[in-house]
Ligand binder design. Structure first.
Ligand SMILES: [Zn+2]
Length: 299
């Protein structure tokens, strides 16, 4: 007798962008309070979730991305929540293994930003590099922010940007420490891996970046944390979140990126879009609407 399944298939999804291979690798999801949303009441946000058949409180999907570049080079974008957030997260190692990618095979780790749901997977519990052969690359403003004594003191004063009373600062420093001798800082517009250009999208954090993959006349923008809760922030781009270091700038950046990808009909993917997280963004009345990509059997 065949029993009904009790676990989902591995959450990996392959796609191509020209000659570049892209694999979406889920790290799982986090569930969290509605009270962290700003410019909207928790009740109004909950109503928006229920109206599109989503769970309340919010479910925030976590995605990382593998880029298969030329000459067998492999980059990983973001590293997931690691083992100490929620049991539903921290699935990156298992799903990477299912994709046939050993941590040792990754030669570059690109970071959208250094929040713990993205960077906790950088270091092991013993404080060693989880990706022992990888160079770590991020925007220079991101590294500067999380290593700044002044920034840490400002957050302790205001509570905006780091809801856990400043704990994100020591966490970020701990996660990047094993890579101190192979750290590369870049600026917006730089080619950070063959075929991959960093795009500086500041506001959520000072050095928050997206990554534009372009090859063979095709392109796809991994937009990082342009949205955290797509069901709310896509129709209402003005909704910010307590984790934004600069909420007005985060909202302005979100509107700028939305306008750009809707106008240019760019293929997009995001860290907090629901797996497999590839979509288009279209205009809808005064706001926007996400259109998940159709399934492709062959690549
Ligand atoms: Zn995030």
């Amino acid at each position: 007798m065949i029993e009904p399944p009790t676990h989902q298939v591995p959450a990996i999804h392959h796609r191509r962008v020209g000659d570049i291979g892209l694999t979406v690798v889920s790290d799982g999801f986090l569930e969290g309070s509605m009270a962290v949303l700003q410019n909207i009441t928790p009740d109004a946000a909950a109503d928006m979730l229920r109206a599109v058949f989503r769970p309340v409180p919010r479910r925030t999907s976590l995605n990382c991305f593998i880029i298969h570049g030329p000459g067998g080079r492999i980059a990983l974008i973001d590293t997931g929540a690691g083992t100490h957030m929620q049991a539903s997260s921290g699935q990156l190692p298992r799903n990477l293994a299912a994709a046939g990618i050993a941590p040792e095979a990754i030669d570059t780790v690109l970071m959208t930003h250094l929040h713990p749901d993205h960077s906790n997977g950088l270091a092991t519990a013993a404080g060693t590099a989880a990706f022992p052969n990888a160079e770590l690359a991020m925007h220079e403003a991101e590294h500067a922010y999380w290593t700044s004594v002044e920034a840490e003191a400002e957050v302790a004063r205001t509570g905006q940007g780091v809801p856990t009373g400043g704990a994100y600062f020591p966490m970020a420093k701990r996660q990047i420490a094993p890579y101190a001798d192979r750290l590369r800082l870049f600026e917006g517009g730089a080619e950070v891996f063959p075929g991959v250009t960093a795009m500086h999208f500041p506001g959520h954090t000072p050095g928050h970046c997206g990554f534009l993959i372009a090859s063979g006349g095709q392109s796809l923008l991994i937009w990082g944390d342009i949205v955290h809760l797509p069901e709310v922030q896509v129709p209402k781009p003005e909704v910010t979140i307590l984790f934004d270091v600069d909420p007005p700038q985060a909202a302005a950046t979100r509107r700028r990126v939305f306008d750009m990808v809707a106008t240019e009909k760019t293929h997009i993917a995001g860290m907090h879009l629901h797996f497999p997280a590839t979509a288009h963004l279209g205009r809808d009345g005064g706001g926007y609407r996400l259109f998940p990509e159709a399934w492709e059997q062959t690549l």
